[in-house]
Design a protein around this ligand. Sequence first.
Ligand SMILES: [Fe+2]
Length: 501
Amino acid sequence: MTPATNTLAAAPFARALADKHLVLSPQALAAAVDEAHARTLACVADLHDAQFEVPLREVLNPLRWELGHCAFFYDVFVLAVKGGAPLPGRSGLGGLLDPFGERAGHGPDAHARPAAADLYDSFGVDHDDRWALDLPDRAATLAYMTRVRDAVVQRLAHAEPDPAQTYLHLLALVHSDMHVEAFTYMRQTLGYPAPPLPGVRAALRDHVGSTASSHGAGAWGGDVAIDAGCATIGAAPGAPFVFDNEKWAHEIELAPFRIARAPVTQADFAAFVDAGGYLDRRLWSRAGWLWRGRAGAPHPVHWQRGDGTWLRRDFDRMVPLEPNRPVVHVNWHEAEAWCRWAQRRLPTEAEWERAAAAAGDDRTRRARRPWGDAAPGTTPATTGASDPAADCTEAAARATLDALRLGCSDVADCAAGDSAAGCRQMIGNVWEWTASPFYPYPGYVIDYPYKEYSAPWFGYRKVLKGGSWATRPRFAYTTLRNFFPPHRNDIFAGFRTCALD
Ligand SMILES: [Fe+2]
């Protein structure tokens, strides 16, 4: 790559980072990097080698690939940023460190070995090709991750990060948060045991148990009515960290609507299944019916008929349905069919965000979450790393996040996290499908350097809001927009509904 090309690459990169304003201390960032590294390792540490080899499926990744990819992201977007742009590699982005143990470009076999970008760049390597890569073995992969972590922390010991550098650190941290959640739902897909995560507090885990009675906050039915008016949607410029797709806050005129105080429960969904909902063509969209037929789905993916009752697979064990917990692992088509059966509808993302607003929110100042800015159970809200000293009971009073309970809680739980409108669990428990396809906001501009985060996915995917029980607190806030294809039922997604007024 010539210097001239480098300059061209740096221009949009530097412009995009010019709107960053948050500065965090090197100590806070180093602690967050360390904690995120430990959490990522903990997602897979207990698995034996055979469990590391996973079958080629659309919703999975080879575990060694995904681990290396997390480290590669830090390598490319934190370590190897120079002169305002990421360094170029042999193919695409170039990391500073060699996944096989040498400094990049050095050592006797430097040119025979694949470069990090040849292995881990998710836009450079097709999904199905990841199984055919000559990936470092498990020990070498973990060693690469540790070398990257050490290099990042070491650099922080000699730096005072500016707003652009702080942003790049936070970008790498939330990227690892996304993959931590992906490791968790991949374990559910594969029928592996629940991950023994360090953030899981025994006292809360015991509440979950395997039966409905073990954590009995109960049901939380009914709607709240929201008046017609201007709703502010999107992130306000003062927000500590935002993705490009959240920029910027703008107003949308909403008609009056009524939205459920809580997500649809497993009991609610079982009534639909028992009424023959999966066999009634009239309840499904054309695309939904095609999916149902192709998947041969007679009920939600992890459900099984027991002796006169329904069971669901929770990681590696079958448990009775928990009637008051939200239904989870249903896709957008299933949510839509349930709505048609119940004569309800999915909220638009604007309605959802209006219902989740905190008291006093407006276009210039929006609370990060329905109860205020703080992420529950974390070190300062901006880094959002789990704080081992935090009072987990207090954290769990607002939201079921961060695998504190290793599963969902009842929909009546977390009263302290209610939004100003009176909606519960807008943050945590299950991601909530909305009716809205994922599109850019007015004036959208791609944020460099992770320019593939949003733009390739506009149009087909559906927006999900709020975060799940497995979401890290840093990645769970009101304006965040998650987005998945409508057929994905492996993620921790459920839904809440609006009345047909
Ligand atoms: Fe990624």
